[in-house]
Design a binder for this molecule. Sequence first.
Ligand code: ZN
Ligand code: ZN
Ligand code: ZN
Length: 357
Amino acid sequence: MTPDRITAARSAMRERGIDALVVSVGSDLPYLAGYRAMPLERITALVVPESGDAVLFVPELEASRVSTSVEVSSWTETEDPFGLIADALPATGTIAVGDQMWASFLIAIQERLPGARFVDAEPMMASLRIVKDASEIAALRAAGHAADTVADHLGEVRFSGRTEQELSRIVADLLLASGHDSVSFAIVASGPNGASPHHEATGRVVEPGDAVVVDFGGRMRGYGSDTTRMYVVGEPPRGFVDAYRVLEAAQDAAVRSVRPGVGAASIDAAARTIIENAGYGEAFIHRTGHGIGLDAHEQPYIVAGNETAIEAGMAFSIEPGIYLPGRWGMRIEDIVVATTDGVERLNRSSRSLRVVE
Ligand code: ZN
Ligand code: ZN
Ligand code: ZN
């Protein structure tokens, strides 16, 4: 799998006039080399020259953990890794750098190569990573279905009397129990806190009448899940159910608008128009979605102005929301993947408002 990806990276480099690619911390490295570097001060970096072998430089003490199809070169504690990496790069010409490489790494490499030009590798790497292959879609599907079991189990949990933090821990435990390898986030935003889309769980005690936004995701086999479901403790707040019907319709319309050739912006518009027409336009304060893969947020972004045409294999969230400050918030989020003739939802748990105790 990875040798093909390096071949694809090379042809993208040629198209863009890039002489070498260097990636480190972040998801470009596992994409190309099948290995995710620990975010350590000791650099791990993959160098892909336009011609010649790709080499993965790793600290010697990490070398035993590395399993990759590319050539590995380990550096010892007393060696200068930046010198070794610089030697593998062209002294002049254009070097594309992974967008999540630490600034300290990049500066150390730049100091050793004053004649080279450094550019952001993100546009090129995104063009490669944006369309998922069958193995990536299978991993996203497995993560999505595991997340669905969390949403279902949570419907049986008592919310009232528990703090957001306690509920967040329950969500995290359920994610791990569902087969996720790690938890990325477990947002529990109750009552008025729901109006803040990225609310951090607090000590607020959930009480009857609260609507609760639960947005959670983790990593499974390297790929992310990300889903949002709504829970209400007993009787929902006034006006909530009517707004929820609007949100369900908006989310569904956006999902059903997905097919190859459609612009990302028009998927956003499919959800937004319904919410605007119902009078909640000002309350939908974020884009409709984001791509997902090795990163929790990546291209394509489902947002006004993004004319990227959807292709089969692109995976992204559809997550419209309505937020009324001081009162409540609501969001419904599924991960979908565009297919050759339409769309597959990777989350299948019920999107209905769940009444809990
Ligand atoms: Zn978000
Ligand atoms: Zn989310
Ligand atoms: Zn999301």
